[in-house]
Design a protein around this ligand. Structure first.
Ligand SMILES: O=c1ccn([C@H]2C[C@H](O)[C@@H](COP(=O)(O)OP(=O)(O)OP(=O)(O)O)O2)c(=O)[nH]1
Ligand SMILES: [Mg+2]
Length: 150
């Protein structure tokens, strides 16, 4: 089996008492991000939660802030802008916009809780080029369920 691709990511710990982002298990795609503070999320409400870390994502890569499936399935907690985009030039604190989708139950995030996961991926930069007509394709302008819904 080939070795997985890796990339070095510089990490600045703004809150050194919190464990740094880490993969929970070998083979995981996302490194868990933790909440820096307690946050109460009433039903249907959102909050921007600090993580206590800043990163320098290398050029040609992006950091994607994904929800955690356990929080989603058990408590209805998701990342509102999922997946959040962390640009390679961003040097500020990583933040997670959590949304409580549960219609009845409030959820309290605790400091140190793993609230989201950061997936680092390669990206290409598009060179946008305006043209008079786009090349043809089988799909054309059909979309939004045009192939049926079952
Ligand atoms: O879940 C997220 C999403 C973004 N960011 C940070 C890193 C990213 O590089 C920056 C800007 O994000 P984005 O481009 O999604 O936001 P915007 O509303 O377009 O803001 P801007 O005008 O600053 O690009 O905010 C986070 O910390 N967490
Ligand atoms: Mg932007």
């Amino acid at each position: 089996m080939s070795e997985p691709a890796t990339v070095d990511v510089a990490l600045h710990l703004l809150d050194p008492e919190l464990p740094p982002p880490a993969y929970a298990r070998a083979g995981d795609a996302g490194a868990d991000l933790r909440a820096r503070q307690d946050v109460e999320l009433p039903p249907g409400e959102r909050a921007l939660v600090d993580t206590g870390v800043a990163v320098a994502i290398p050029a040609g890569h992006v950091g994607l802030v994904h929800p955690r499936s356990g929080l989603a399935a058990k408590h209805g907690i998701t990342v509102l802008n999922a997946p959040g985009t962390v640009d390679s030039g961003y040097r500020g604190e990583l933040k997670v916009c959590l949304l409580n989708t549960d219609p009845r139950e409030a959820y309290t995030v605790r400091r140190g809780e793993r609230i989201a996961q950061l997936v680092v991926q390669e990206v290409v930069t598009a060179r946008f080029r305006t043209v008079a007509e786009l090349p043809g394709s089988e799909r054309g302008d059909r979309g939004f369920g045009s192939s049926g819904t079952h």
